[in-house]
Design a protein around this ligand. Sequence first.
Ligand SMILES: C[S@@+](CC[C@H](N)C(=O)[O-])C[C@H]1O[C@@H](n2cnc3c(N)ncnc32)[C@H](O)[C@@H]1O
Length: 196
Amino acid sequence: MVGRAKQKGLFEVETYNLCDASIKPTRRVDDKAYGMHWQVISPEPLANTLQQIFTKVWKTLPVVYMTPSWETLNQENVEQMYENIKEMVIICGHYEWIDQRIIDRYVDYEVSIGNYVLSGWELAAQVYIDSLIRNIPWVLWNTESLEEESFSKRLERKKEYPVYTRPEEFDGMKVPEILLSGDHKKIEDWKRENLR
Ligand SMILES: C[S@@+](CC[C@H](N)C(=O)[O-])C[C@H]1O[C@@H](n2cnc3c(N)ncnc32)[C@H](O)[C@@H]1O
């Protein structure tokens, strides 16, 4: 879906290679963290790339940094972000971390996709992008599914009810009779009663 939406021009992603903004002849963008054993992304390539982007678009853009050590993303955050921010820069890369001074100077939002640690930013950024862009009209064929799905306002932020398709009986298990009744009022009541 994300790929189709991109092809249709419903959203755009532009990527910047931090190595192009390296200040080292080797094009490296990482260095050893002071007092620690791991590698972090140096401030200069990040700052240079952010400045390059801001100059290109003639404005500063909100900057998002994916990190496990921040508040976990939820549907309400996603909806607020989608409503309020139409363009953003997402800092992605490798290594343990980025230099804290970049966070202090440039980062507006720190986003965690869950209380577990991934080996890199890429998957976290993809999850975040997907959660945002599915709100764009026409990305999903069926906009009804956006309004009524797990964590939506309409379902009082609860998890969606179970769903069934044909056959009516599978392996001794039957579809609840109300769903076969064609009685919309009863089906609506059943859905409410079966929110998880
Ligand atoms: C190996 S992790 C570093 C973890 C970091 N040392 C810590 O203790 O929080 C490498 C990078 O992957 C990204 N990452 C890992 N898990 C993530 C999560 N749950 N949500 C968002 N980003 C995550 C972050 O950008 C992180 O800096």
